[in-house]
Design a protein around this ligand. Structure first.
Ligand code: GTP
Ligand code: MG
Length: 245
């Protein structure tokens, strides 16, 4: 049935490279605004690798079928009361159940391949000093074809500013694929309402005394309309400044 089955010392079952829950439980948290074309592919793919996880979609009152598609695939859907990606994730954090050990953050646009998540979880199981594992899109292992030039250069400039201002040295500080210990998130009340949420999260993890680790990932072109606009770069930069004070 399975090509190989291996028991880790602390009770995690790895089957064909998929991490299955015995003693650990995961929540996949997705902010989604008008993502009816990407949300189904995203949830289906993550379910292949994390069959026992709880899926929570915070829908930004989409005018399309996003919520319906997510619910039809078994995700719990909550409707956002505010606006912005950060606001949506903040609302989602309030739904982390007491049994959840790890929270997986990803986008609803099918950009982040789920295949990397079991390895990211494994890193957290293995090293209690690491609080968050991030998927690094800017690496030599995988060609980065999924990002338009303007956003590539914007990302690189903001990564440089992040590392200079905040002393947190990350190749991809704005990545949307993250696996985080739930105890970190349960103590966090985000200030960020928008796309600055990732910058704030990097600081929260470090301030709580944990390290952040990055692993190389591949990145696909998004399905559906992009919500991030060049103007959001200023919000992200402002958050870097306020977090560095
Ligand atoms: N609930 C909610 N989700 C949002 C909002 N704005 C963006 N999102 C979601 O946040 C995620 C990230 O937005 P994206 O447009 O993918 O931004 P990005 O990942 O920086 O850019 P690309 O994926 O490269 O286009 C997506 O799943 C969006 O649907 C919002 O106001 N409310
Ligand atoms: Mg995206």
């Amino acid at each position: 049935m399975f090509a190989y089955i291996r028991f880790e010392s602390f009770g995690v079952l790895v089957m064909d490279g998929k991490v299955d829950r015995l003693f650990h439980s995961n929540l996949v948290l997705i902010a989604a605004l008008n993502e009816e074309t990407g949300i189904g592919l995203t949830i289906s793919e993550f379910k292949q690798y994390l069959p026992d996880s709880v899926f929570l979609v915070v829908d930004g009152n989409s005018s399309d079928n996003t919520a319906h598609v997510a619910a039809s695939l078994g995700a719990k859907v909550v409707y956002q009361t505010g606006r912005g990606k950060g606001n949506a994730l903040s609302q989602g954090l309030q739904h982390i159940g007491s049994t959840i050990d790890y929270v997986i953050l990803t986008d609803a646009d099918y950009t982040y391949p789920a295949v990397f998540v079991p390895k990211m979880l494994q890193i957290l199981y293995d090293d209690p000093r690491i609080g968050m594992v991030c998927g690094n899109r800017f690496n030599s292992h995988f060609g980065l074809k999924g990002m338009a030039d303007l956003f590539y250069f914007g990302n690189r400039a903001l990564a440089f500013a992040h590392n200079m201002l905040n002393g947190i040295n990350l190749r991809d500080p704005l990545t949307g694929l993250r696996v985080v210990r739930s105890e970190i998130l349960k103590k966090w009340k985000p200030k960020s309402e928008s796309f600055d949420i990732e910058v704030e999260l990097n600081h929260v993890v470090e301030r709580q005394g944990y390290h952040i680790m990055e692993i190389p990932i591949s990145y696909r072109s998004r399905i559906g309309e992009k919500k991030l606009k060049p103007k959001h770069g200023f919000e992200i930069f402002r958050r870097m400044l306020t977090e560095s004070i």
